[in-house]
Write a protein that binds this ligand. Sequence first.
Ligand code: COA
Length: 322
Amino acid sequence: MIFSKIIGTGHYLPSRMVSNEELSRTLDTSDEWISSRTGIRQRHIAAADESSVDLAQRAAERALAAAGLQGSDLDLIIVATSTPEHIFPSDASQLQQRLGCRPIPAFDMQAACSGFIYGLVTADNFIRAGSCQRVLLVGCDVFSHILNWQDRNTAVLFGDGAGAVVLGASPTPGILSSVIYSDGQYCNLLQVPLNVGTAENQRSQRQPYVEMSGSEVFRRAVSALADLVTELLAKAELRPEQLDFLVPHQANARIITATAKHLNLPLEKVIMTVAEHANTSAASVPLALDVGIRRGQIQPGHRLLLEAFGAGFTWGGCVVQY
Ligand code: COA
């Protein structure tokens, strides 16, 4: 049997940091409101000429270095993003060129904040099917380009960043269980309408922005993630206390705490980066994973539960043996 294992990780954050206090100079908000409701204290914001491919490249180079590989060693590239540099070519094809890869399959995957988990399940399936040995998976997003900076309901919640993993074929399992879902009945609760597929876009000239029913998203996320983690552990035949770390999507500290509480996990077993990075969408989980590894919290052999929830709604997770 062939399995897939994470053999290298990396992340990249744009150099500019924006604090809650800085945001409160132009928005009717406060550090107190943002940090108490979300746990966010600051976020990184890309430079005007910095795209999701630029962020992806830096994270990917670090993940490849950690795996001891070069771009030419890769068999497949998947980039999870909702903010590609172009409608086409994909971020993945642009990244392939920048990393000096051979002709190999490369494609973007769009499942909003769950994109990295969708990518992980896809990469795992490619490797277990025997069609690839080494896969680069990047989650990257530049939400600062799709935020309405006058809307305090959304502008305070997001940041820019990229996280990457390299997966390699392995005789022992690295992904112990995985589950992904979508429920399209909730499409309009969290969206960035673009209408590029309709003639309306030609007429409206409307800037696409994040629109969200925050409290409804919050409620559904807490309930879906509770069911998800229970299902993931059952599939992996593990009890919560056998997990070393929860590596959750970093949207809101209160959602993360609710999931940890459902699992009866102490907060020392939760990787939390939401205070420093805010919600970086598809980058959020691999970014937190790499931070946990580079801080020395996550060690080889540890059992991790990765999960995410986002627009669609989409949600999913994997139990990983690192
Ligand atoms: N600063 C100050 N006040 C704000 C604000 C801000 N940045 N944003 C909203 N408010 C106000 C609202 O206007 C509302 O005022 P009102 O009561 O006078 O109408 C009040 O704060 C409460 O808003 P509410 O939406 O009920 O707050 P909340 O406790 O639900 O927290 C979120 C709001 C957005 C933080 C929370 O709902 C959330 O995190 N939702 C999930 C978001 C998310 O994770 N999205 C991405 C998923 S991948």
